[in-house]
Design a protein around this ligand. Sequence first.
Ligand code: CU
Length: 439
Amino acid sequence: MSSSRLRHARTARTTGAVLAAGALLGAATATATPASAAPAAPAAPAPPPAADCSAAYRVEQKLDGGTVWRMCWRYSTDSGLILDKVTYQPPGERAPIRVLNSAKLAQIHVPYDDGNAEYDDLTGAGFGWGLQGLKPGECPGGTITSVKVPDVGKVNGLCTTTRARGHAYRMAADSPGKVWQAQGKDLLVYTVNKVGWYEYISEWRFSSDGMISANVGATGSLSPVDYNATDGRGWPIGKGARDYATSHAHNVFWKLDFGLDGNSKGRVEQFDSKVTPPARDGSPTVKTTRTVVTKELAGDAKNMRWWRVVSQNGKNKDGHARSYEIVPGHTNTYAGRPFTKHDVYFTQARACEQFASNNILDCGRNAPTSVDKWVNGETLTNPAVWVNIGFHHIARDEDQQPMPVHWQGFQLAPRDVTAMNPLTPADLAGQNGAPNLGS
Ligand SMILES: [Cu+2]
């Protein structure tokens, strides 16, 4: 966000160092099968498969209630942290359930209100090279992993840890004084990347109830070289009416490749609910409609609208198709560029389409370089999901110094992935669709 950045940030670099650190280590060691195997032991359940990557790139965490999350991480100087092969295994499931094939940031677009600066922090301003080393104190109770950053070297930059979430549920039981309650714990996976004066905490959170949360926290410093907004497009942050920090936006994009139940094909559905006030007496009524998104879509958030990605072949034990719902956090949708105008994009997945703007990969001569242009009427069978959450940053005195972390993000909520709350205590497991009405 400053003159220390590349001034021509929007010019795509010709090469992208997308080589994952993991690739440098060669193939993971295969487990050899002994040639003279002993007679097969009777059906002991196979141990759950570890995520398919070498141990150094594996994240595995058992949480409260017995839920296990597994994934592989890698690092790219263009995208920063990338999580692959993300699986969820709640208690009672014999095998891990694949949720995401891949998840990562897909751009942080930062336009200034005066039109004098506009950055693509990932592919135009060096986000990936700005990986910050973490001290144990900023990864409390966790593990800090060394990340090989091309051209930079090894950085102790990846934190995996757990954090208390508070109540996972609470329910008063029939017998006096008895309460069913559980305290939740989340797996957190995060990095900090410095871009100019800003530092972005890029955080993924996995909960024992199947919820995934993705958030970017902006901290570091306001750009002091932008304390010059005397044109009414800033906010005074020094004494009296001076040092006007120029207002700007942070439009953060994520890209999600779902792989529900191991299938990268998936169906996208949009739900809209229409509320009708009562004509005279009576109560309001609500009609919810489901629209299957059959073609690529640039979607706009709307009151009582939501989307989900539905598994092609996976059903829970109630026979309901598994799905994950996209739950956007608060957003300021920025009308300034075609790619920032919409809140979610569903595009037919294509290997060269990886960044929401300033896409540096080669999609062919004259191919468009932003996600809005990739929505061009193709049938959607293998959806890439793009989430855009914007924050219009009008600075305040409290933003210095250091700037308090401002979070923006979204959640992915499991919807019918399991037949009941995955944390249901055994004594309540019979209450599926037939609640105990008491006596
Ligand atoms: Cu800002």
